[in-house]
Design a binder for this molecule. Structure first.
Ligand code: FES
Length: 377
């Protein structure tokens, strides 16, 4: 436009008197655009081909709507309470997150495909050559481009394609449900419900029930073989991975197996060397969580939940292999390197005087893994 001689521009009166088609042509000319082809996609209205194209676009928008509603249905009604692998209901529970992803993904993709098809089928496939120019747009530019857009709208017939308009509205609306769920879902489905349920995210498998002691158990590879831990079983500087065990579940194959599989159950039991034990700094309020030189920390990394499976005896560091976070076992497992910002949760332990086995005095009292509990406050 900046290259156009102002003498060639129409006056305000001339501009107001021009038809939309004239304005389109003028706009192209003033922009140095040579329109080579500007075909109407369906010059004869109401043909079978046009109706077919319209139905195809509408079908995708309808699919978006169905998938969006399915997403809402899955979010509201699919069983989402945690089930350990191998327990009844696990198969359905394990599909919860994938189903949310599939339905929302299908809804978004369908809106995208519908929009693409609409553009391909109904927007005139203009072929034009345009010169580049610098600077902002003039009033003439603005008037002509608006006319151009309005003309394209008329030619692609969106005003009279009510099937497409309605299905696009329904599809986009249902897809928008997915976005709404993130903001409003918590009002419909309370994530803080089931606080006392064993499946609540507030508890791990170390939760105490009916006053029964929860012992520390090794995993021998056989769920039926219960091997509990006595302090004398471990050498100084040693580490053992342990899981919860209740005497009442000794004959319950499903419970025994589930305890070994539940993701927030694994605990790293560390026996510090005597010379290191003297240097320990304890977390406030957790001064009695250890039993002598024995400290029990969750194996679930506070960064993104990987297993912190390495304990380096020489440096007393607990390492997470995922993103290299390191925690100091001598200072309440606080992070000293890497992306983790919170300490590893510590399990309070003691020795059962009757049997001599180590047991957990309670469930964890702080968040295990990524900070779910902290989000409430
Ligand atoms: S999950 Fe452990 S460092 Fe990222």
């Amino acid at each position: 436009m900046s290259s156009t001689d102002p003498q060639e521009l129409p006056s305000a009166d001339e501009l107001a008197a021009m038809s939309r088609e004239d304005l389109v042509k003028l706009g192209a000319k003033l922009d140095g655009v040579e329109i080579i082809e500007y075909p109407d996609p369906f010059p004869v209205k109401g043909t079978r081909a046009e109706k077919r194209a319209e139905r195809l676009v509408a079908l995708w928008f309808l699919l978006a709507a169905v998938a969006g509603l399915a997403f809402a249905g899955v979010f509201l009604f699919w069983p989402s309470a945690y089930k350990a692998p191998g327990t009844s209901g696990y198969d359905l529970y394990s599909l919860y997150t994938p189903m949310l992803g599939v339905t929302l993904g299908l809804s978004v993709a369908s809106v995208g495909v519908g929009t693409l098809l609409y553009t391909k089928k109904f927007i005139p496939h203009e072929i034009a050559v345009q010169q580049r120019h610098d600077g902002g747009s003039t009033e003439v530019d603005k008037a002509t481009i608006i006319a151009h857009l309005a003309d394209a709208g008329t030619r692609n017939g969106i005003a009279r394609r009510s099937l497409i308009k309605r299905t696009a509205g329904i599809g986009a609306g249902a897809m928008g449900l997915g976005v709404g769920v993130f903001a409003l879902g918590g009002l419909v489905r309370d994530p803080w419900a089931q606080t006392d349920s064993p499946n609540s995210l507030w508890h791990t498998g170390w939760q105490h029930k009916d006053g029964e002691k929860v012992f520390l158990r090794k995993d021998t590879g056989d769920p039926e073989e219960v091997v509990l831990v006595k302090p004398s079983d471990m050498d100084a500087g040693g580490m053992e991975t342990v899981f919860p065990f209740r005497e009442s579940e000794r004959k319950d194959h499903e419970a025994l197996s589930a305890a070994l599989k539940r993701s927030d159950n694994p605990v790293m039991l560390i026996r510090l060397r005597p010379e290191d034990a003297a240097k320990v700094i304890k977390a406030q309020g957790q001064e009695d969580f250890n039993y002598g030189d024995y400290y029990a920390y969750t194996k679930i990394c506070s960064h993104l939940g990987c297993p912190t499976s390495l304990y380096e005896q020489r440096t007393n560091r607990i390492l997470c292999p995922c993103h290299q976070s390191q925690f100091n076992a001598l200072e309440y497992a606080k992070p000293i390197f890497g992306p983790a910002t919170r300490k590893l949760a510590q399990l309070p332990i003691a020795v059962d005087e009757e049997t001599g086995y180590l047991y957990a005095r309670s469930d964890f009292t702080e968040p295990v893994g990524p900070a779910f509990w902290e989000r409430k406050s």
